[in-house]
Design a protein around this ligand. Structure first.
Ligand SMILES: Nc1ncnc2c1ncn2[C@@H]1O[C@H](COP(=O)(O)OP(=O)(O)OP(=O)(O)O)[C@@H](O)[C@H]1O
Length: 318
């Protein structure tokens, strides 16, 4: 039985469609990523999975329980962390855990034992007496995850868990998530707009404007983009892109000062551009396709901050 089933899920905020018929399954023990730019519907989906928003149309099941019919059973199965921190900063690390344990009906020796276990598992046992406000961002995130592990959930739902963390803290957090999956068989579902985080997922669903546009393992998704990915940074992207298209018959994608070209034997084109356009670019880089390239191929846009308008117009959020 899949840990999570999402079937033809639709959600609207008034006139605005946030989810337009999304379907996918997550197998038990996966680290499954929901990847998409701002406004793609990740948070809406996350809130439906965590029983905070109702199912308007379609079906969602976690651990075999329908979220619309049996939200209480779903809540017992899941541990959730949100984008905004949920620690009480005026309490110590252990006090935060103890209060959470009370909400789940834990007390006495059983609660103490669970607190000891999750503090050790998240590598924060030596911080238990510190006030939460004194902790770094990375440690706060670990304590939040410790908190949501107290009732031994089978499924963890983490909304952008790496947001605000530096690269070192991100790396450590992911090592811990991977060990939770490996050693305890916990199913983990994360939302993210970070490529680095998406690359570590066992499988990914890519969302764009409320639609699921791709589903698969990171390697399978990358295989959708042929050959190499060539990126050119330039002060004149429009002029240079037009000239490259005419001269080499290639298709270019333009994002701000960048031009991206997907091409077999990219090193040959790179040499041609370097010799025929000296001084017209700031940098010229060749690499294997990334998940960003997959998104560009599917949508013609970069994974940037774009907010769709109900009328179909697009405007930048920030
Ligand atoms: N409470 C709301 N009322 C009206 N529209 C909303 C509301 N919440 C989200 N939306 C809209 O629904 C769409 C999907 O938003 P959602 O927050 O789910 O996307 P997201 O991928 O999580 O983006 P972000 O990464 O910015 O949180 C967007 O167009 C957004 O503006």
């Amino acid at each position: 039985m899949p840990a999570v089933v999402v079937d033809q899920l639709e959600y609207r905020y008034g006139e605005r469609t946030a989810l337009a018929g999304v379907s996918f399954d997550v197998a038990a023990g996966e680290i499954f990523g929901l990847l998409g730019p701002n406004g793609s519907g990740k948070t809406t989906l996350f809130r439906i999975l965590s029983t905070l928003l109702p199912v308007q149309s379609g079906r969602v099941e976690l651990g075999g329980h329908d979220v619309a019919k049996d939200p209480d059973a779903v809540r017992r199965l899941i541990g959730v962390t949100f984008q905004s921190p949920s620690l009480d900063v005026k309490l110590t690390v252990r006090e935060n855990l103890v209060h959470q344990g009370h909400l789940y009906g834990l007390s006495g020796r059983a609660l103490k034992q669970r607190c000891d276990e999750v503090l050790a598992r998240m590598g924060v046992a030596d911080r238990e007496k510190e006030f939460a406000e004194k902790l770094s961002g990375g440690l706060k995130r670990r304590v939040e995850i410790a908190k949501c592990l107290l009732h031994a959930p089978q499924i963890l739902l983490l909304d952008e868990p790496s947001t605000g963390l530096d690269p070192g803290a991100r790396y450590e957090l992911w090592k811990t998530l991977e060990s939770l999956q490996r050693e305890q068989g916990v199913t983990i579902l994360v939302t993210t707009h970070l490529m680095e985080e998406a690359e570590r997922c066992t499988r990914l669903a890519i969302l764009d404007v409320g639609k699921l546009i791709a589903l698969g393992k990171p390697d399978e998704l990358r295989e959708m983009v042929g050959g190499d990915s060539l990126t050119i940074q330039t002060d004149n992207p429009d002029v240079l892109a037009r000239s490259l298209e005419e001269r080499f018959g290639v298709k270019t994608n333009r994002f701000g000062p960048s031009i991206r070209i997907e091409r077999e034997r990219g090193h040959e084109l790179l040499t041609e551009i370097a010799t025929q356009y000296p001084g017209e670019f700031r940098s010229l880089t060749l690499g294997k396709p990334t998940l960003e390239d997959v998104f560009i191929k599917l949508t013609g846009r970069a994974l940037e901050t774009v907010e769709p308008e109900p009328a179909g117009k697009k405007k930048r959020k920030h």
